[in-house]
Design a protein around this ligand. Sequence first.
Ligand code: NAD
Length: 559
Amino acid sequence: MDGAREVRAPRGTQRSANSWGAEGALRMLHNNLDPEVAERPDDLVVYGGNGRAARDWRCFDAIVESLRSMAPDDTLVVQSGKPVGILRTHDMAPRVLIANSNLVPKWATPEHFREFEDLGLTMYGQMTAGSWIYIGTQGILQGTYATFTEVANQHFGGTLSGRWVLTAGLGGMGGAQPLAVTGNGGAALCVEVDPTRAQRRLDHGYLDEIADSLDAGLARVEAAARAGDAVSVAVVANAADVFPELVRRGVTPDVVTDQTSAHDALNGYVPNGVSLDEALELRRTKPSEYVERAQAAMAVHCRAMLDLQAAGAVTFDYGNGLRGQARDAGVADAFDYPGFVLAYIRPLFSRGAGPFRWACLSGDPKDLAATDDAMLATFPDDEPLQRWVRFAREKVKGQGLPSRICWVGYGERHRAGLVFEDLVASGAVSAPIAIGRDHLDAGSVASPERETEGMRDGSDAIADWPLLNALVNTASGASWVSIHHGGGVGIGKSIHAGQVVVAEGTDLSRRKTELVLTNDPAMGVIRHADAGYDIGLDTARDVGVRMPLEPGTHGPAWQ
Ligand code: NAD
């Protein structure tokens, strides 16, 4: 792309903008495009297909210039990656307001979107690409970690120690599974058909061992679980062979899931009964035969998961489409085990918990260490958080500005924010801290095929919630607020909002941080209480989230 250049976030304690709110946005925009962070920085693509940070380099330059020159009480307005105006507002107002990829519903199709994109009228902002708070692959690992933590909480008293997990697929996202399981204290047996994928996870420290055979892998993992050791072991084999083999042997893992790329029967899932090389040849030469074999294999794979569930294993789908493929191939009860958002993430969302994250604007790793220490000291009884922070600081390789992600809930986020304010005010960290989150959060997304699938009151497609969330964050004093369409699952399928607040260590910034980090997760609690979720209702009552209609007395979930 014309004008491509290498950008990195400015570091240090001196700002070039007239406020830390604008400086935070400036540094995080640059950070999203840091070659360490972005997938295709030359094209301004940060992650997730075409998720961009700015519409083009000219717009990038104009955003940077605007952020540097505007007054401390100005607000920059960004329309799909292009700065369109600088308005005089006030010092509690956001320094940047962003709307990305939004279309009137009747026109909200991928085809129309591409037309408008070709005309230079819009840009795809994904979730955190166009809203300048992407922090690299730490997010995938932590999301997987949080899922297994919730599995542990719901079924095993809060830890996977002494348990073992059977899964498959060690690809881009699935490769986070072994480290996420061991991080929760468990042992993992990971079935991967492609030896190079297993080797890559070993090389990158996400996997501990590759076994020579199923027998060896199984023995290692069962022994580790008995001893309470956290060990991950890969077996190079096909899941459609291994899973039913365990059923035949009467071996029942504690937990079963799968992250083979089952969503794609031609270019993703590998059928059994042929070697990997033969399968790849078949994919090229006889695609319809390949798809038939892959679907038959997925039916066998899913049937074995149902059998393992019946034998007592905690079994869930990891959003890869295996159940749908198996149902189409004749497994009528394929959906008898639940999907991961429904089973494990929704209870977290219901209490306002979600992917809280922060970046140290100084660029100094010592500042990240100070914030990690502060989180450990602030939440001494939150065992999963304690385990995650210790684990992440040892195992997660930094990308761009020093940053961290932690799932914390309503009542905890503003406490963490105020602790960070103290760190900045006292000089324990050398510069302000940007505190934000993914758009995949409790009260900020409507996405009927993912985050809001199967809502209790049927409100899956109701998109008032993310819009209200953005308005609430604007009213509360976030440093930048965004409303996007199409992130995660594609154009036409989701609407979502984001916020970032910069902790500057001043009285004004304390006020904003407290309000934003209270009200933002409160919208998650309210959204879930309103939909009739018990945890949401209990949380709202316990912590005094005010709802004008007594939760539980109004709406279809309650009739
Ligand atoms: P990927 O294509 O990078 O990796 C898939 C892996 O599965 C490959 O290594 C492949 O060799 C292996 N595989 C394929 N067929 C197999 C078989 N029969 N037996 C054993 N191994 C087999 O995909 P990815 O990015 O890792 O994503 C995996 C799936 O998880 C996708 O369908 C994705 O949509 C889904 N998913 C993940 C998350 C998450 O948070 N991690 C969330 C939602 C959905």
